[in-house]
Design a protein around this ligand. Structure first.
Ligand code: AMP
Length: 400
């Protein structure tokens, strides 16, 4: 089955065409600057050259049309016609409490996703634009929604509730949901396969460290805790997001700085994290370079980030009464050996014995066991593959 995987943002749309039986990406790319002028489609058929097309895309329907034209193009395409696309899988950020699994998309489902936009005002409406555009152009093709929150729906109430009046949860759906679920699911499953233990006995801590970062505690193959909460702002400090803070500082800063709600949101989401601490960049490549060149605040930002990663690893080992494997994934986790080393040093008391030489030299893009052979706790670097999870779920549901 050939599955088109779509990850729609407000002005961008990432796509991959995946042959599920072969677990193989056939083509992938991105539409950028949709509806804001200067639009561009990047198209990469795997194993061949990359193409870029600059052409205005007024909305997501224009974008999907360009993607399909490229995929079925006589010269550079990878399918003979659109009919070869068996189903479309859409990444949807917030599935609330309603969705603990992927589901086939219907008009009713679209309404439900729309209702959940109150919890993810930046993401769900953008995801819906991608869904509506695909349904308009490919009305006969089955489509599936795969939720970022679904994997964490196994968290229990004592974990997902905030210490607020219970009515906040009952009346306003205020609770911790967690995100990056598709990634935590993928890398935890890979780690469990490598451990070779019965799934029910496994305790895995997955560190998805990218521009947005979260850590999950996965016990018996199920998410039992994760660092992100009602929104993807909670937990670790991130590229530009603040992560955990004293909630009292929100009203304090609003009064001190005369911020309204939007300004406070922007302060915490766009101006904070390692970018806000360093004053240099949200990108760990820039931070590592600046720190190596003696920039004290860049070093502080990286140190802060690694300290918090280590703190959550310790917390989750305690929460699960032990840990069998720690996994690093996503842009920073897969590439930044400095972050991995600083986050892991000092965890020997847990039974973590890392081969730091291998950590320095290990190849990118491949799964690597970073712990020494005798280490009680295994440490893995596993490249994440959210698109493959989306494609497999879509094939399973659409094939029925
Ligand atoms: P993601 O959100 O998973 O796509 O991760 C993107 C982030 O990964 C970037 O903002 C960088 O901070 C980080 N990153 C990507 N490549 C590298 C690298 N070679 N070394 C260090 N950090 C990297």
């Amino acid at each position: 089955m050939k599955i088109l995987v779509i990850n729609a943002g407000s002005s961008s749309l990432k796509y991959q065409l995946i042959n599920v039986e072969q677990s193989e990406v056939v083509a992938k790319g991105i539409c950028e600057r949709i509806g804001i002028g200067g639009s561009k489609l990047t198209y990469k058929p795997i194993g061949r050259d990359k193409y870029e097309f600059s052409q205005e895309m007024n909305d997501h329907t224009d974008a999907i049309r360009m993607v399909l034209d490229a995929l079925a193009d006589a010269k550079i395409g990878v399918v003979s016609s659109m009919k070869e696309i068996d189903a479309v899988g859409h990444r949807v950020v917030h599935g609330g409490e309603r969705f603990s699994k992927s589901v086939l998309i219907t008009e009713e489902l679209i309404e439900e996703i729309d209702k959940l936009s109150v919890l993810a005002p930046l993401h769900n409406p953008a995801n819906l634009m991608g869904i509506r555009a695909c349904r308009a152009i490919m009305p006969e093709v089955p489509m599936v929604a795969v939720f970022d929150t679904a994997f964490h729906q196994t968290m229990s109430p004592e974990v997902f509730l905030y210490g607020l009046p219970y009515e906040a949860y009952a009346d306003f759906m205020i609770r911790r949901y967690g995100f990056h679920g598709t990634s935590h699911l993928y890398v935890s499953r890979r780690a469990i396969e490598k451990l070779g233990m019965p799934v029910e006995q496994t305790k895995v801590i997955t560190c998805h460290l990218g521009n947005g970062s979260s850590i999950a505690a996965v016990k018996g193959g199920k998410s039992v805790d994760t660092t992100m909460g009602l929104t993807p702002l909670e937990g670790l400090p991130m590229g530009t997001r603040c992560g955990d803070i004293d909630p009292a500082l929100v009203t304090y800063m609003m009064r001190r700085m005369n911020f309204d709600c939007e300004q406070m949101d922007e302060y915490m989401n766009k101006k904070s994290g390692v970018f806000g601490i360093s004053g240099v960049s949200s990108d760990f490549r820039d931070l590592d370079d600046a720190a190596a060149a003696g920039n004290a605040r860049a070093k502080l930002a990286v140190d802060m980030f690694c300290y918090r990663v280590k703190k959550y690893i310790g917390a989750y080992a305690a929460a699960m009464s032990g840990v069998d494997a720690i996994v690093f994934t996503a842009g920073v986790g897969e590439n930044d050996r400095v972050v991995r080393e600083r986050s892991l040093r000092g965890l020997e008391y847990l039974g973590v014995d890392v081969d730091f030489e291998l950590n320095e030299t290990c190849p990118r893009g491949a799964e690597v066991e970073l712990s020494k052979p005798g280490s009680k706790v295994k440490v893995y670097m596993i490249p994440t593959d959210e698109e493959m999870v989306i494609a497999r779920d879509t094939a399973a549901l659409a094939g029925k």
